[in-house]
Design a protein around this ligand. Structure first.
Ligand code: PEP
Length: 247
């Protein structure tokens, strides 16, 4: 059985005042019998967030560079994230793949860097609407999985998030049978890649317009161990009910 995880992705949202929201989220998480909860604010808030979250709520980054250090203006290394108190990093989000041209190989290099720095990688994958309509969904996500996960995965350092691009920020949620088909296929593909034991214990998250109203149905779906939540993670009043649904 994989551990349960609710992860929030604040994307490029959040000034210092948003830390008050994070405080409320932190206060509402960390119960011994509850799921693990992680929040990934922008780089600028990570150190302050980690300081305030005090362990119960894990803090993560939204990207890192593949190199340890060097002449990469504007980039942030995995070691810098860990140094600031992050325990997770989201890698290969479709917005990074689209906006920054990140390939599977780029993502795999970043995952290796994250692991070297002691971070857990939340590796995102998902098909576009065109790919789904062309019947290519499973082929696409299986290819992304194989290409984005380097040697060295274990159930402690890896989380996989299935995020159909057409469901991100659109209010359009994949139907449970669509989610189940992909998650079942990903569990099998992960088993082929890393062995059955690691595959069974690796959290598989669904992401794409998850909110309080649909969370319970999604969490009851085959091979769904939690969610990666964008818009609904910005406010404690939206995010905490999702965490509650995962109990
Ligand atoms: C995301 O970007 O990871 C995401 C799932 O966003 P939203 O929940 O807003 O669709």
């Amino acid at each position: 059985m994989a551990r349960k995880l609710a992860a929030g992705n604040w994307k490029m949202n959040g000034l210092a005042a948003a830390l008050a929201e994070l405080d409320t989220i932190a206060a509402g998480t960390g119960a011994e019998d509850g799921p693990e909860v992680a929040l990934c604010p922008p780089f600028t808030l990570i150190a302050a967030a980690a300081e305030r979250a005090k362990g119960g709520l894990a803090i993560g980054g939204q990207d890192c560079h593949a190199a340890e250090a060097g002449a990469h203006t504007g980039d942030v290394s995995a070691a810098m994230l860990a140094d600031a108190g992050a325990r997770y990093v989201i890698l290969g989000h479709s917005e990074r793949r689209q906006d920054h041209g990140e390939s599977d190989a780029d993502v795999a290099a970043k995952v290796s860097a994250a692991w070297a720095a002691g971070l857990k990688a939340i590796v995102c994958l998902g098909e576009s609407l065109e790919q789904r309509e062309a019947g290519e969904t499973l082929e696409v996500v299986q290819g992304q999985l194989a290409g984005s996960i380097p040697e060295g995965a274990d159930a402690e350092n890896l989380v996989v998030a299935y995020e159909p691009i057409w469901a991100i920020g659109t209010g359009r949620v994949a139907e449970p049978p669509q989610i189940a088909e992909v998650h079942d296929a990903l569990r099998t593909a992960l088993s082929d890649l890393c062995g059955a034991q690691i595959a069974e214990a690796t959290p598989l998250l669904y992401g794409g317009s998850v909110k309080a109203a649909n969370a319970a149905e999604i969490f009851a779906t085959s091979n769904v161990d939690g969610a990666l939540v964008g818009g609904a993670s910005l406010k404690a009043g939206d995010f905490l009910p999702i965490v509650e649904a995962l109990h």
